[in-house]
Write a protein that binds this ligand. Structure first.
Ligand code: HEM
Length: 131
């Protein structure tokens, strides 16, 4: 399960970075319509982060808990809440735009970097695969 948690992080970060680039470019180009691509990427990012949290709790149930994980768990959980709130608020807005998802995704990714550093890893480091 730790292998799955470690590997899924690449999908989570990849989707988040793609969403950040798409929404950032749209803001720079002053695009108006929040189309299918950012919508799909947003949903994928949120869905994958939820799955990641589920796997994370699975690891705790397997007995992998140590006190130094608290920073990881708190920062990753806040990261997911930030992304989710920005995504839902934007979806519910009369005219969904790019600012909210851009800021939410940026904040979420920065928190994820912090969450990785909290367990002494950089975000792309995979100790379970020997990295
Ligand atoms: C979006 C959310 C999350 C991301 C991106 C993430 C990412 C990671 C990464 C990159 C690692 C290191 C894997 C490696 O060294 O190969 C890790 C380890 C771990 N994570 Fe998460 N994580 C998230 C949320 C959580 C949550 C919510 C929990 C617990 C409830 C959790 C529990 C753990 C545990 C127990 C480890 C193993 C620690 C160790 O080997 O020292 N993670 N996570």
């Amino acid at each position: 399960m730790l292998h799955a948690h470690s590997a899924l992080r690449y999908l989570v970060l990849g989707t988040g970075i793609a969403l950040l680039i798409i929404t950032g470019l749209a803001l720079a180009q002053k695009k108006k319509e929040y189309g299918a691509l950012p919508r799909g990427l947003g949903s994928a990012f949120i869905g994958l982060t939820h799955l990641q949290i589920l796997l994370g709790f699975g690891l705790l149930f397997q007995g992998l808990y140590t006190p130094r994980l608290i920073g990881h768990i708190v920062m990753m959980s806040v990261a997911v809440v930030v992304a989710q709130v920005a995504h839902v608020k934007n979806k519910k807005a009369a005219t969904p735009g790019f600012t909210l998802p851009f800021i939410g995704t940026l904040g979420s990714l920065l928190l994820m970097v912090g969450g990785a550093f909290a367990i002494g890893r950089h975000p792309f480091q995979a100790t379970v695969f020997g990295g």
